[in-house]
Ligand binder design. Structure first.
Ligand SMILES: *[C@@H]1O[C@H](CO)[C@@H](O)[C@H](O)[C@H]1NC(C)=O
Length: 246
């Protein structure tokens, strides 16, 4: 089994009670097409700034304090990989294509289909363990980049009563990722031994697909936690019925 921990840093939550913003305009309950446009509009206009009106943090770049991938000994990719104080770069290249749910009854399954052109995890890392029988160790700076990924996120809404109003908590969050390619680059592997490091980087890239197959679930949960925190935060701002119109 693999264990994942991941903590993302977010901006302070604004508590000033305001009305749901007019730009972009709220959609009707369950109007998937409108919601897709709404989210794509937010991504294209607010990625670099966030949007305090709906508790949306800046998502590109997105600081991530810690992201950990731990694969057990039963996996051919038995690694302990930790990214500390990294940046996720590229969330602004997301495009949403289909949305289900978000009806009047929030306590249901909600589903978002999207794709992303390019997302990079950049910053300091430490790694130790074994990758497909080869030992690996190092600490330095890394770039893990995923290209043209198809993605799906699902969650269950849970009603939370607060001051006589119903808010939506975002629970049972799941993320599925299917990238066309992943590129890895780790500096300073094997205490800076250049030949070993170059070989290992080449090996990781040549075998990216087999490695991804092994770490898929851990990666999906680690990224999923980051995404979960962002969307959960958005729905803490207003009671659920303020996000939609009748
Ligand atoms: C990270 O790697 C990707 C893929 O090789 C590359 O396109 C990108 O420029 C790199 N980013 C940085 C900051 O080096």
């Amino acid at each position: 089994m693999s264990r994942i921990t991941c903590i993302a840093i977010f901006c302070a939550i604004l508590t000033v009670q305001a009305k749901f913003p007019n730009d972009p305009k709220a959609c009707k309950y369950g109007d998937g097409e409108c919601i897709v446009k709404f989210i794509n509009d937010l991504v294209s206009k607010k990625s670099a700034t966030g949007d305090r009106d709906i508790n949306l943090v800046q998502i590109d770049p997105l600081p991530v304090a810690k992201l950990q991938l731990k694969q057990g000994e039963d996996s051919p990719v038995n690694i302990d990989l930790t990214f500390t104080d990294n940046k996720l770069v590229g969330l602004s290249t997301m495009t949403y294509t289909k949305v289900k749910g978000f009806g009047k009854n929030l306590a249901q399954k909600h589903e978002l289909l999207w794709n992303i052109k390019k997302i990079s995890v950049l910053g300091p890392y430490t790694i130790s363990g074994k990758v497909l029988i080869l030992p690996i160790s190092g600490n330095g700076v890394s770039n893990m980049t995923m290209v043209n990924a198809e993605a799906k996120t699902t969650f269950i809404g849970k009603p939370i009563e607060k001051n006589g109003e119903t808010y939506m908590d975002v629970t049972n969050f799941k993320l599925y990722l299917n990238p066309e390619r992943i590129y890895y680059h780790f500096t300073n592997l094997f205490n800076g031994d250049k030949a070993l490091g170059d070989n290992m980087n080449a090996f990781l890239n040549d075998n990216w697909e087999a490695i991804f197959g092994e770490v898929k679930l851990s990666l999906e949960s680690a990224f999923g936690e980051v995404y979960h925190a962002i969307i959960r935060n958005v729905f803490t701002k207003y009671p659920y019925d303020k996000y939609f119109i009748d």
